[in-house]
Design a protein around this ligand. Structure first.
Ligand code: BTN
Length: 265
């Protein structure tokens, strides 16, 4: 990562203005959670060229190949009047979707957000978000960790039968610079974080839904209580997923994972 190029590309007020570049770290999320006191600005960002123990959702690992991904974490400090915290990973997904479409010159029809925040292009996962938090007395501090597959070859990507992965390069997106893409994501995230702080739930749902599958799509969602099947009916005011079961009951899912289509046919 070229820090001067990144700083030239950055058009934010706060996000990315306090920044740390690390060549190698176990996990940028872990590092930022442990070092959050060092930073004054919301949106402080730590970027790594390689993670030796990258963390993924639901206790999984997030693998990378040195220099072939974008790996970073952003410090957020939600204030009292903000929207429910469940929206933070969702807005990070939207920021990713917007920036990848624009910067990568990718039509928005190819890109979909898979609840809560996986970014799929042509059905392949190319990016993910892991939000982790700590509370220190009255204050809560959330770290939004983002990983984007940029230049991995097929052989370098993890074989994950649940959700096939790909990289932006393999999917023929334009990738002029990692610095430019990162700056773009931080700009979008700053904008959406303002909506979050203002508690503008409707606008966040509208943004997120513009990248989601259409209502009425059949889904199977793995939750701690088992697999829930039904029709997608949108998301609610705490970021939860609405799933209509065959009897017409709407179930609300707060934590889970949508399974790929072929597993529930
Ligand atoms: C997922 O499972 O989809 C979420 C993956 C999040 C990976 C990113 S990479 C940068 C940050 N640091 C981590 O340890 N994880 C996140």
């Amino acid at each position: 990562m070229n820090s001067a190029q990144f700083e030239r590309a950055l058009g934010t007020r706060r996000f990315g203005r306090e920044v740390v570049f690390l060549d190698e770290v176990d996990s940028t999320n872990r590092w930022l959670l442990d070092n959050e006191r060092r930073f004054h600005l919301v949106g402080a960002t730590v970027i790594a060229n390689h993670q030796t123990a990258g963390r993924g959702r639901r206790g999984r690992r997030w693998h990378d190949v040195v220099g072939k991904s974008l790996l970073f974490s952003v410090l957020l400090r939600p204030e009292k009047k903000c929207a429910p915290l469940g929206f933070l990973p969702l807005i990070a997904g939207v920021a990713l979707g917007e920036s990848i479409c624009e910067f990568g010159e990718c039509s928005s029809e190819r890109l979909q957000l898979k609840w809560p925040n996986d970014v799929l292009i042509d059905g392949y996962k190319v990016a993910g978000v892991l939000a982790e938090s700590i509370s220190t007395g009255e204050r809560i501090c959330v770290v939004a960790g983002i990983g984007v597959n940029l230049w991995q070859t097929k052989e370098e990507l993890p074989q994950e039968p649940r959700q096939p992965a790909s990289s932006l390069d393999l999917l023929s997106l334009q990738l002029s610079s990692r610095e430019g893409l990162l700056a773009r994501i931080l700009e979008e995230l700053e904008k959406l974080y303002d909506l979050f702080q203002e508690g503008d739930i409707e606008e966040m749902i509208r943004w997120w839904s513009s990248f989601a599958q259409p209502c009425g799509t059949t889904l199977a969602v793995e939750t701690d209580a088992g697999i829930a099947r039904g029709l997608y009916e949108g998301i609610g005011d705490r970021g939860q997923l609405f799933l209509k079961d065959p009897s017409g009951t709407i179930n609300e899912i707060y934590c889970g994972e949508i399974l790929p289509e072929k597993r529930h046919e």
